[in-house]
Ligand binder design. Structure first.
Ligand code: ATP
Length: 433
């Protein structure tokens, strides 16, 4: 790695330019020219510099300059025929057009009044802006215009840590100030194949309890970012090993079997969105009460919560699914009330072949089965609206699933049988245990 990453700063500008789509590169040039006319320097900061050094394809253009950015953004939007949006709370401005987006931020310093609190910010120098960052590899700035153009600000030897493959905090209180950095450290370690540097690792372990100071929404945000990476199971195994999961919630855990199921989610076609399937897989290891507590801790959205809690509840049903004599209609009646992500997670994990087959058939086929006759058609045949009609529809669907009716005519025959009293309706609440 050393050969490749010990890049001379002079090579970074052309490499940055080569890595950008034409539309983004041209927009960037306009912004830089306008900044230069104002006598200002703009820097590429954070992950952008790191990714240029690492030659990673897509680079996010996060620009920082000293002083307010709004008027520069306004001018740039005018020249580029794009629009600009100010996010005042963050001191940032976005300039965007059809095929480009640039984020401009005013350099700022941060002060943490207490652990886990959102920091108090004030306008500051670029150096101070780098001081507030999470890791050395994310704390470099590359001057893109002005007299400094091409100069790399690297106060913490981020280049050395990239070359050595290390994730290292800038100071000993870093995780105390903001314990979301614990999850970020693991994420970068996995993504880049780096190692968390020894002292940083000791600090991380020392400060695990500070995760309690972080709001549910912020833990969730970083946790979902970790799940969205290419190989989240690596990060989760590491989190398990370091005690990070237990620090988020005592019952949360990850193991090799779940890791294998995570890998399978990437191979199999999915019925539910991946983050929900991931959460559901985690849910299979939780009791229903713990799942509820974890969902609360992570302030999950309704769908995410349903996936996690549904999987916890469904895991208890899986032994029933391994009964070889369960009819498709019974399986469908039971599984229908669970979120798809939960069913999918149990299918990915099921060891027992009957249960696995039931879950897969439900996902791939049975859940799509519909009757030919609908409520209106039933009314025309003389079925009264209300609970009775619901029961007839259930009967027809069960007949379809269990192979007792395979056409509209056969469904009509069954309905006539019900009306004449020769066919018995299923009891509401159905499915014998
Ligand atoms: P990714 O490549 O995953 O998008 P990134 O490095 O661009 O990661 P962001 O979360 O987009 O990271 O944040 C941009 C930059 O802001 C980071 O590179 C880092 O310098 C800084 N940053 C983000 N979150 C924190 C934090 N919790 N503490 C300190 N600095 C942070």
């Amino acid at each position: 790695m050393a050969e490749e990453t010990l890049t001379k700063p002079a090579n970074l500008l052309p490499r940055l330019r080569r890595g950008l789509a034409d539309s983004v590169g041209e927009a960037l040039e306009v912004v830089l020219r306008l900044a230069e006319e104002e006598g200002r320097t703009l820097y590429l900061v954070g992950g952008g510099v790191r990714d240029v050094v690492l030659r990673r394809g897509h680079v996010d253009i996060d620009l920082v300059g000293e002083g307010p950015m709004a008027s520069l953004a306004e001018k740039a939007a005018l020249v580029l025929g794009g629009r600009w949006v100010e996010h005042r709370a963050f001191g940032t401005v976005t300039v965007e057009g059809q095929d480009f987006r640039l984020d401009l931020a005013m350099a700022r310093a941060e002060k943490y009044a207490r652990p886990g609190a959102l920091p108090k910010v004030r306008p500051a120098s670029i150096d101070e802006d780098l001081d507030r960052r999470d890791f050395t590899i994310n704390a470099m700035a590359l001057a893109l215009c002005g007299r400094e153009r091409g100069r790399l600000l690297d106060r913490f030897d981020g280049m050395g840590d990239i070359a050595g493959g290390r994730v290292r905090v800038l100071h000993d209180r870093s995780f105390i100030d903001d314990a979301t950095r614990i999850l970020r450290a693991v994420r970068y370690e996995t993504r880049f194949g780096f190692g968390i540097e020894e002292k940083t690792l000791a600090l991380l372990k020392r400060d695990l309890a500070y995760l309690d100071t972080i709001s549910g929404a912020r833990v969730r945000h970083e946790f979902l970012r970790l799940l969205a990476e290419d190989e989240p199971e690596q990060s989760l195994l590491r989190c398990q090993e370091l005690g990070v999961l237990a620090a988020i919630h005592g019952a949360l855990r990850f193991d090799d079997e779940l890791a294998a199921a995570f890998r399978r989610t990437r191979r199999a076609g999915r019925a539910a969105p991946q983050p929900e399937v991931h959460l559901a897989l985690l849910g299979t290891r939780l009791s229903p009460a713990d799942a509820e507590a974890v969902a609360l801790r992570l302030a999950l959205s309704k769908r995410q919560r349903q996936a996690l809690e549904g999987a916890a509840a469904l895991a208890e049903l899986v032994s029933w699914l391994s009964r070889a004599d369960a009819r498709p209609s019974q399986v469908v009646e039971r599984l229908e009330s669970y979120p798809l992500a939960a069913v999918e997670a149990c299918g990915l994990l099921a060891q027992q072949s009957t249960a696995k087959r039931m879950l897969r058939r439900y996902l791939g086929k049975w859940r799509y089965v519909k009757t030919s006759l609908d409520g209106r058609a039933l009314a025309r045949l003389g079925v009264a609206r209300g609970p009775a009609m619901k029961d007839v529809l259930r009967l027809l669907k069960a007949a379809r699933l269990d192979g007792q009716a395979s056409s509209r005519e056969e469904e009509m025959k069954l309905v006539r049988g019900v009306l004449e009293g020769t066919v018995e309706l299923p009891r509401t609440g159905g499915g014998e245990g």
